[in-house]
Ligand binder design. Structure first.
Ligand SMILES: Nc1ncnc2c1ncn2[C@@H]1O[C@H](COP(=O)(O)OP(=O)(O)OP(=O)(O)O)[C@@H](O)[C@H]1O
Ligand SMILES: [Mg+2]
Length: 222
C-alpha cells in the first residue's frame, strides 16, 4: 500500500506525519516499510540517518526520488507492505506523479489562513490525478492545532473549509506539542518517545482512521 503525505504548504507537518506513520506500521504492525523522500531538503533522509545510527531504534529503509517517479513507485510498492512518500511543494512533478499512484493521499494543513488558501489548488490537483488513479483516497488532516479550548472553533472552521471542497477531512488531528519536534531531532517518533502520551494517541488515531477508509473502500469493491 502506498501512502503519500504531500501538499504544497511548507512546514505543515508532512515529514512529521510521514515519519510517525512509518514507525507505526513498522513497529506496531510489524510491516515492511519503505520511506521515499522527494524533498531536496532531505528532512526525512536526515531523520532516517539519525535513526539508523541509534541501536535502540528499529531501522527503516529510505530512498530519495525526484521528478518523474511514477514507475519507480509502482515497482517499489510491490516489494513492501507500506511505501510512505514524503513530498513537498518544491518538487511539483514528483507530487503529481506520486498522486497518480498512491492508495492514500494525506495532506496536512495547519488551521491557518495561509495553509487553507492552498485547498482549492490541491483539490484541483487531486481531481486531475484521480482521473488516472481512481482508487486514490484523499484526505486533509488538520495539524499543529492550538490546544486552548477557546481556539477549538478554528479547528472546526478549518475542517469546514476543506469539506466545502468535497474532500474528506480526518476526524483525527494533531495538536501543537513539543514532543513532535523533540522526537524528530532524535530520529525517533512520538510512538517511541512516549508510547502512552497524547501525541502517540493522535498518531495511532490518524493511522487507524486511514486504514478504516481503506477497509470501507475494499468492501465496496468485493
Ligand atoms: N503537531 C505538531 N506539534 C508541534 N510541532 C510540530 C507538529 N508537527 C510538526 N511539527 C514540527 O514543525 C516543524 C515542521 O514540520 P515538518 O518538517 O514535518 O513539516 P513539512 O510539511 O514536512 O515541512 P517542509 O515543507 O519544510 O517539508 C518540524 O520542526 C516539526 O517537528
Ligand atoms: Mg518536509
Amino acid at each position: 500500500m502506498m501512502i503519500l503525505v504531500g501538499g504544497e504548504k511548507g512546514g505543515s507537518g508532512k515529514s512529521c506525519i510521514a515519519q510517525n506513520l512509518a514507525v507505526y506500521f513498522a513497529r506496531d504492525k510489524k510491516s515492511i516499510v519503505l520511506m521515499v523522500d522527494c524533498d531536496p531538503q532531505r528532512t526525512t533522509s536526515d531523520w532516517i540517518q539519525t535513526r539508523n545510527t541509534d541501536p535502540h531504534l528499529s531501522s527503516i529503509n529510505c530512498i530519495q526520488l525526484y521528478g518523474k517517479i511514477r514507475n519507480d513507485l509502482l515497482s517499489l510498492n510491490q516489494h513492501y507492505d507500506y511505501v510512505i512518500v514524503d513530498c513537498g511543494g518544491q518538487d511539483n512533478l514528483a507530487l503529481r506523479a506520486a498522486m497518480s499512484v498512491a492508495d492514500h493521499v494525506v495532506i496536512p494543513l495547519r488551521p491557518k489562513r495561509r495553509d487553507l488558501k492552498t485547498v482549492p489548488h490541491m483539490e484541483d490537483m487531486l481531481s486531475t490525478c484521480k482521473m488516472v488513479n481512481p482508487k486514490m483516497l484523499a484526505s486533509f488532516i488538520i495539524t499543529q492545532c492550538p490546544s486552548l479550548p477557546s481556539q477549538a472553533k478554528r479547528i472546526l472552521e478549518a475542517k469546514e473549509v476543506c469539506s466545502s471542497f468535497g474532500i474528506n477531512v480526518l476526524q483525527a488531528v494533531t495538536y501543537n506539542r513539543n514532543v513532535y519536534d523533540d522526537s524528530e531531532e532524535r530520529g525517533s517518533s512520538v510512538l517511541e518517545i512516549d508510547p502512552e502520551g497524547k501525541a502517540a494517541a493522535e498518531m495511532i488515531a490518524i493511522a487507524e482512521e486511514l486504514m478504516l477508509m481503506k477497509a470501507d473502500n475494499s468492501h465496496e469493491f468485493n
